[in-house]
Every structure is written in C-alpha cells, then in structure tokens.
Design a protein around this ligand. Sequence first.
Ligand code: SF4
Length: 444
Amino acid sequence: MIKQNSYYLISLGCAKNTVDSHSMSALLDLAGYHPATSVENAEILIVNTCGFIHPAREESFEVLTELSKSKQQDQILIAGGCLTQRFPGLVAQRIPNVDGIFGTRRWMDIIDVLSTIKNRNDTTPYRHTSASEYVGTDEKGIIRTAIQGGSAYLKIADGCRRNCAFCAIPLIKGTTVSRPVEDILRDATALQNYGIKELILIAQDTTDYGFDLGIKDGLANLLGKILHSVPNIPWVRILYNYPGYVTDALIDVMANNAQVLPYFDLPLQHADPNILKKMNRPSNIDWVYKTIEKLRNAIPDLAIRTTFITGFPGETETEFLSLLKFVEELQFDHVGVFPYSFEKGTPAEALGDPVPENVKLDRVERLMAAQEKISYAKNQTLVGKEMGILIEGNGDGISVGRTYRDAPEIDGLVILDKEAPVGDLVRGVITSAMVHDLTARLLS
Ligand code: SF4
C-alpha cells in the first residue's frame, strides 16, 4: 500500500551523484517526507541518473523504464541528474510516464519540483532544468556529503573547466564552481561530530579547487584548513587530481600531515603524447615521471591509482604499446582501464569512432593483464604487515574493510577473520594477498 509523503530514491553513477542524492534525501526529510522501504509503497519515486557514457545512460533508462512500467496511479516518478541535464527531451520521449525532470545542478529544488507536480493538472512531464542558476552554496543548510559506514564523500566543487576531448561532463555540468571554504569546513566539522573516520574530498578536478574564487594553490590551502578543523578524522583522502596541476604545496601538505592518506589518484587516460594531445589533455609525459618520483620520495608507502582509455579515435598499436610500456615502468598500485565511448557533442565527436570495439576490448585486457601482475606483486609485499583497516561490513563471523591503499568502490578489499563493527578503524595483520584483495587477522 502506498504511504503518503514517502519517497524511494535510486542513485546511479559516481560518488558525486551519491553526494547529491544524500543531500536530496536530507532536504526531503527536513520537509516532512520519509523514506519508503520499497518501490511499491512509496508515493514518490526519484531516480538520480547518470549520463556520462553510453552504458551508464542505458542503465539509467532501464531503471526509469522499469519504474515507469510498474508505476501505480498515485505514484509520482521524477528523473534528475546528469542524463536529464543532457537529454531532457529524450527522457520525456522514452519515459512517457515520468512526471518531473530536473537537471544535475538543481537537486536542491526537489521540494519545489514536487509541490509544482502535485499542484498542476497538466499530464505532460514538468521540466525543471537550469544549470546557470546554480549558486554553489547550500541554500537550505544541507550538508553536501554522502555517508557510507565510516566514510563520507565531501564535494568541494562541481563542474569542470577542462576540455578533455572524450568527456561530456563540461556539457552536462558546466564549468567549475568551487564551494566557499567556510561551507566546506562547516560540513567537515559536522562529519567529524558525526564520528566519520574517513573524509574523501571529491570534485571533477580537485586540483582546480579555488581557481574560480581567485585562490592560489586552492587545494593545498583548503586541505590545510580542513586538517586544522577536523583533527579527529584520522583518514582524509583526495580523489581526482588532474595531471599537470599537482603543485609542490599540495605534495608538502600531504607529506607533512599524517591525517592525509598516502594515496594519490591521478587519472592519466593515456601515456602517448600524440594521443594525449588529441584528447586535449596535458601531454608532457616527463612531468608525469618527475611528479610521480617526487610524490614517491616525499610520501613513504604511497599508493597511486590511475585510469586509462583504450581505443581513442586513431590510437595505433604502436601508441597502445607505448601506454603498455609506461604502465610496466611506472608500477602503479591500482589501474582502471575503460574502452573509449563515443559521445555526441564532445570535442572528439568529429574524430568518429574508428577503432573497432574488439580492438578496444583486447587492449583493455592486455593492459589489465600487465597491471594485474604488478598489483599482485605489490599486494604480496603487504603479507605480514600490520595495517589500519576501516570496516565496511560484517556477518557470518567475518568482516570486510579497506586499508588506506584502497578507495571505496574502486579499489580492493580486506577480508578479516572476525566480525568488527561497521565504521570502526581496527588493526589487522595481512595474512594473504590476491590481485586486488587481501585477507587479514584482526588484532584485538
Ligand atoms: S578533467 Fe577532463 S575528464 Fe575530468 S571531468 Fe573535466 S573534462 Fe572530463
């Protein structure tokens, strides 16, 4: 049976979307709505969609189609997020049963969207999209975070002013808008009071933080202030650093503060200068070698994560082999590899999609096979070491957690031999290692 004023919110896509979904839930709860236990008994169904690449869009459409088919007469179906920001007309066309549509930067208008839908007689979908109205603050005092167990993502900026040829994010989200320092510090302090053990700073490009506010070395500056404000959060992790913009000041703050995890996420996308130029990305590979050396010298036991794209338009076998050699040389700790996804409207649209799908996937496999050997060897060196492990789940006499070397959802896990409370930061001795995951003995 449908419960009045109840909502069921499905969040798809990346951590940045999860943050928006949690903020939307907080607004709904404040306005007197309450979460439903299932789709069937919710009055309001909300899907926070992802529109980044083709498979993500299809997943969003599948979820919306399912909900649209099962939708009962008194239910309201709302689509928000990146897919609706980019293709509002297409969503209305493919999901005729949808009642409301709003874009990714209008999540904070969810209550207004709902009351408009409830008070109108029109049966066509209500569209509420306007990226330009975003003011970058939490107008209703809502913390822009997503909390999962002992970890919380904290968004420091939204949008992106880079021009990577393959990427639709600037089209969807617009240029970078940094959040004011005081808002971020207020949220970080609230999370400390909540008992969070791991604070994860995110943005499309964290190294660009503060540029639009006229702050020099914005990320290093912000990080220093955050560390000062939240001395009781033991783990602070930074994701999505853009190559070419990692400054000495940032490395210094990381190296001189035990709270900042020795973990560095540097999505490189490729290593061949020719492909990087076509991608509109920094192509100075010398900078990458030097910066990684500098990071490793300054920060002991540093874990480095990166991502690559195979099959970018025109990528030759020779260019791919130079990427493979680079991966073998640099010995990253974690590597994600994705086949190129053709996106209309991006700067790379004019290049078409000439590399056949089977070639793209073959290159993904070859790159992953090379990296798996590296990751396995690196994980083996951890056996016998005592490490801090943040517990993410437990049951049946065991626990699952992560060390500082693993970011949530994208890296590996540690399986512990005993149950420990979710959100606790425990000590364990690593007993065995696989390519991605570890096992450990819990120390009491
Ligand atoms: S840095 Fe490049 S890949 Fe990342 S969001 Fe911005 S345009 Fe996209």
